[in-house]
Ligand binder design. Structure first.
Ligand SMILES: [Ca+2]
Length: 368
């Protein structure tokens, strides 16, 4: 973690910028990340020189052999670095797509669900059996494998049954991702997901997941007015990402499609500190910037501003503001992103790896 912070300090983009919009009060970043010692991997950057026999000093030859073994182990790691970060528990996902809408939107949302599920299972270590899909329309012969394998309609009873099952399955060491896509509406008090049958609002949805036991909990609520879901879902140790602010951002969102696209084909620069690990923060920033780029490409003003809460205070922060280029609304004179302190939004996401990236080919050559 210390290495991450050092690299981040050196390699964070110099094009950091922000929208000309008021910032959330909860964002007070400090950099480099202040990482508690107990968060550091036991072997981070350290070669253990202690003797395996207590009180007996190592002989020179033993040291050499150990060094050689260490180098060989390091070389082997470079060759065989797994694409997916090792986790102790099971990685589980619940993908909920509400009522997709007309034919055009059904095609769009069905494709996004297929892309999401394929990416999770192919690239992020989720087994197919551990990814539960609910879709807001009857599936057909022409649908892809994710929809054909769906549990059924994304109605309220179905979602509640899935969460009840999840509670029985989850172990404290597990990972759980909940991805919600589709349409939503805001009634001046609460935000609702548009589901087949009765809708569900932000309070009820938050209550469904109260007290969930899993070491990694990530919620992507990507509907219109999804920012209102942040507060009821917020919990210590939980990462909640919404496509919009907790404000009247009620237009259809691009975020879910950008999320699927980035998960499936991460941009080359997604690993900002170049440590070979894609963090949840890397993912969030890449998706948020992709959303803004899509608006800019269409010459439209963005009607959604994603936010992330991972310090559990229920207030989402628009961390991406510090990373905007002038083309995306950042200032002409770039400045580095503000540092992220350990209690700030972004800190937990930064230390949540989701995937390791394969080492470049030249590394293998150099190791031969
Ligand atoms: Ca927060």
């Amino acid at each position: 973690m210390a290495l991450w912070a050092m690299f981040s300090l050196l390699l964070v983009p110099k094009a950091g910028a922000r929208l000309n919009r008021p910032r959330q009060n909860s964002l007070h970043h400090r950099w480099p990340l202040e990482t508690p010692e107990d968060d550091q991997p036991a072997n981070a950057g350290i070669v253990d020189n202690s003797s395996p026999i207590r009180g007996e000093p190592l002989k020179h030859t033993t040291t050499s052999v150990l060094c050689l073994l260490t180098l060989m182990a390091t070389a082997c790691w470079s060759f065989a670095a797994p694409e997916v970060a090792a986790t102790k528990g099971t990685k589980r996902a619940l993908v909920i797509c509400g009522i997709p809408g007309d034919d055009e939107h059904r095609t769009l949302y069905a494709k996004t669900v297929e892309t999401l599920v394929k990416a999770l299972t192919d690239k992020y270590g989720f087994k197919s059996a551990d990814v539960v899909v609910r879709f807001g329309d009857a599936t057909t012969e022409n649908d892809g494998p994710a929809l054909k394998g769906a549990r059924g309609l994304s109605d309220r009873a179905g979602i509640e049954a899935d969460v009840a099952e999840l509670r029985k399955q989850l172990k404290p060491s597990d990972t759980v991702w909940v991805i919600v896509i589709g349409h939503g509406h805001f009634d001046d008090r609460h935000s609702h997901l548009n589901l087949p049958g009765p809708d569900i609002d932000d309070r009820a949805f938050g209550k469904l997941f109260e007290g969930l036991s899993a070491s990694e909990q990530v919620f992507f609520i990507t509907t219109a007015a999804s920012g209102f879901f942040v507060k009821p879902l917020a919990a210590p140790g939980r990462i909640v990402i919404a496509a919009t602010e907790a404000d009247r951002e009620v237009n259809e969102t691009i975020f879910p499609h950008a999320l699927a696209s980035v998960l499936d084909a991460p941009p080359e620069d997604i690993d900002r500190d170049k440590d070979g690990v894609i963090s949840l923060l890397d993912l969030y920033l890449a998706v948020s910037l992709d959303v803004l780029k899509r608006y800019a490409d269409e010459m439209n003003l963005p009607t959604e501003h994603a936010c992330l809460d991972d310090n559990g205070d229920g207030h989402g922060s628009e961390i991406q503001e510090d990373y905007l280029t002038p083309e995306l609304g950042g200032p002409e004179k770039p400045r580095p992103p503000r540092p992220i302190g350990t209690k700030d939004d972004g800190a937990l996401s930064l230390r949540t790896p989701i995937r390791t990236t394969p080492k470049p080919a030249k590394t293998k050559e150099a190791g031969r």
